[in-house]
Design a binder for this molecule. Structure first.
Ligand SMILES: [Fe+2]
Ligand SMILES: [Fe+2]
Length: 338
């Protein structure tokens, strides 16, 4: 069989990788595509997500196409692995197959730095899928094919951008297992506000556990509740005009609740009306939905705020409605004192 190998760290796998795989099937006419996750990339340096998690996300993609497989050769050989060693092993293990090694433009440019580049091109067909449309020349025997650009990278996704380039199952996996989500939030807030968000998320989780609600939903409400807090004013204004122009008369300080709810849905693709509602109302405390009450209380009672909130936290843990009424009352008095 003719096998195309699409290697990478797949942290996480996204539509760009899948496009490469489909292109290999259609453009090169190979019989199968094997995704080969690396355990560490010699030319990159960010800390990789756990092998089993990256693998689980690849599996979700592989399941949908019988011509897709995953090859764990490089993962099994933990530590740095050079393509040269991998290919040698592949050829030894599967002498009956013919291998096509797929690379992208960036790898073509760096091919000089690869281990034994002259040997490599004799061991397999190297094919570069050119995403820029300007086929680069290489002194090595590497075929180039154009591929429609999929403008996304794993590092953008890890920062919470372009999540619409993830297969739905992968996105669900990421949220279920809380991969990257802290960076989604940290990259948009100050350090202090990020710590507050994490602390509120933990407190929401605690309230949910003790009041018999879904901890996972509560956690995400807490984590994202202030996501729009530092959005530039002009951008915030655009969101307000498109999402809730009827709320423009509220003070600007309140807007981040309305916009945060919309951002959580439209940018982070969390489609859950409970989460939307709770974030929307978190500043004013204007919803009596249990999750909205939890985040309103957790926000005000966050231990990082520097006053002793243990009594009220205790009450919220026993009965969120009772705790909410007290926190609303306390908040009113606080605002009155000015
Ligand atoms: Fe807030
Ligand atoms: Fe907050």
């Amino acid at each position: 069989m003719r096998i195309a190998i699409v290697g990478g760290s797949f942290d996480p796998i996204h539509d760009g990788h899948i496009q490469m795989a489909n292109q290999s099937l259609q453009g090169l006419g190979v019989d199968e595509v094997w995704f080969m996750p690396t355990s560490s990339t010699p030319l990159k340096d960010h800390d990789l997500t756990l092998d089993q998690e990256r693998l689980a996300m690849i599996d979700l993609v592989v399941k949908k196409n019988p011509k897709f497989k995953v090859c764990t050769l490089e993962l099994e050989r933990a530590g740095k692995s050079y393509t040269y060693d991998t290919l040698k092993k592949l050829i030894e293990t599967y002498p009956e197959h013919e291998f096509y090694w797929i690379i992208g433009n960036d790898q073509l440019m760096q091919f000089d730095k690869w281990h034994n580049p002259n040997e490599l091109v004799k061991m397999a067909h190297f094919v570069c899928f050119d995403r820029d449309g300007k086929l680069s020349d290489s002194k090595y025997d590497i075929a180039c094919m154009t591929m429609p650009a999929v403008p996304v990278s794993s590092s953008e996704i890890r920062m919470g951008n372009k999540l619409n380039y993830l297969p739905e199952e992968v996105l669900r996996y990421i949220y279920r297992n809380r991969l990257y989500v802290n960076d989604f939030v940290a990259s948009r807030l100050t350090k202090k506000r990020y710590k507050h968000s994490l602390s509120v998320a933990r407190l929401c989780e605690e309230f949910a556990l003790n009041n018999g609600y879904d901890m996972h939903i509560a956690y995400y409400i807490g984590l994202f509740h202030d996501i729009a807090k530092y959005m530039p004013k002009d951008e915030m204004l655009k969101w307000m005009q498109s999402v809730c122009p009827e709320n423009m008369e509220y003070p600007v300080a309140v807007w981040h609740g309305f916009v945060g709810a919309a951002v959580t849905k439209d940018i982070f693709l969390i489609e859950n009306p409970i989460i939307y509602n709770a974030i929307y109302h978190h500043v004013l405390g204007t919803s009596q939905d249990p999750y909205a009450m939890m985040v309103f209380c957790a926000d005000k009672l966050d231990p990082l705020r520097g006053y002793d909130s243990t009594k009220l936290i205790e009450i919220c843990n026993k009965d969120i409605k009772e705790g909410f009424d007290l926190v609303v009352q306390q908040n009113r008095e606080f605002l009155k004192r000015g």
